[in-house]
Design a protein around this ligand. Structure first.
Ligand code: NAP
Length: 283
């Protein structure tokens, strides 16, 4: 039996819970607040920032957007982040990537206080994740794990294949799966035996970024779970890495695009903001 993992439905339920918790905090005059920094006028970045802002405001998370000119000096941006680090009313800070080329993105991510790093990209939080220490976890990977967990299938002892090794998705997903005792394999563009790896995988997380990369040319375990992270455009339509219509017949669980990982990412950003807020007020 095929089961479609409905990211929209799962995200909605989590958002209701976030809203409820945020309202309880507001009753104690604590307003969970995120500040999103955007530099320059990248259309895609602006659209992501607006979506995050809207979702936060709908769920009782206060969202502040700080906009800076494309030509802002790196040191000035670092100073602004420092001010936010020291502002008790700001619980989460997110810098929308990519940044203009003249700014050292790693320095910026390092500057965000780890306690307020709701994107989980500060190297301290990356290190903690790899050490298996509780910390703020990058939003898309955390959302992916929640989707896998929604199937109620065990992760422990399963063969998990992560296709893609980016710092923002592939590597943190692999760490999370490893922390949950899966046997994890990471594939990338230099992997030569992907077909064999796919055939042996119980869980496949595809974060390649190529439309319909996983087709029925691959053999899947019939009880496999596939999470499709890809956000690709084909003939003007948003599609994933997986040829969903055909591959869904071959596996047990599969997340669609759109409606799978996408709705979970912003939800996890709100989740992290709430977590950061609770942590900072020592709840
Ligand atoms: P990325 O940095 O471009 O990484 C892509 C990865 O795929 C790389 O590690 C690359 O290997 C690997 N790859 C490329 N061709 C391959 C092949 N033929 N076989 C095996 N591996 C291959 O991308 P990303 O930032 O991780 O994002 C991946 C996708 O997820 C994109 O479509 C992105 O839009 C989407 N995404 C969605 C969300 C969401 O919220 N829904 C969030 C983030 C990302 P190498 O390292 O060897 O180059």
């Amino acid at each position: 039996m095929i089961n479609i993992i409905d990211g929209k439905k799962i995200a909605k339920k989590i958002r209701e819970n976030i809203k409820e918790k945020a309202l309880l905090l507001r009753q104690k005059s604590i307003i969970p607040t995120i500040c999103v920094i955007i530099v320059g006028d990248n259309k895609a970045s602006r659209s992501y920032v607006n979506s995050k802002h809207k979702a936060c405001m709908q769920n009782e998370i206060n969202s502040i957007i700080r906009e800076f000119e494309e030509n802002i000096k790196g040191e000035i941006l670092l100073e602004e982040i420092d001010k936010l680090n020291n502002d008790k009313n700001i619980h989460g800070i997110l810098v929308q990537l990519p940044l203009p080329k003249h700014i050292n993105a790693m320095k910026v991510l390092e500057k965000i206080s780890p306690e307020k790093d709701v994107d989980g990209f500060n190297p301290i939080n990356v290190g903690k994740l790899n050490l298996g220490i509780a910390t703020l976890i990058p939003c898309t990977p955390l959302g992916i794990i929640k989707l896998i967990e929604s199937t109620k299938e065990d992760i422990e002892g399963k063969n998990a294949l992560v296709i893609g090794r980016s710092n923002i998705v592939g590597k943190p997903v692999a760490s999370l799966l490893l922390n949950k005792n899966a046997t994890v394999t990471i594939a990338h563009s230099k992997t030569t035996n992907l077909k064999e790896l796919v055939a042996e995988a119980d869980i496949i997380v595809s974060c390649v970024g190529k439309a319909h990369f996983l087709t029925t040319d691959y053999v899947y375990k019939n009880n496999a779970t596939i999470i499709d992270v890809g956000n690709n455009y084909k003939d003007g339509k948003l599609v994933g890495d997986v040829d969903f219509l055909n591959v869904k017949e071959k596996v047990k669980y599969i997340s669609p695009v759109p409606g799978g990982v996408g709705p979970m990412t912003i939800t996890m950003l709100m989740h992290n903001t709430l977590l950061a807020c609770e942590d900072q007020i020592n709840l």
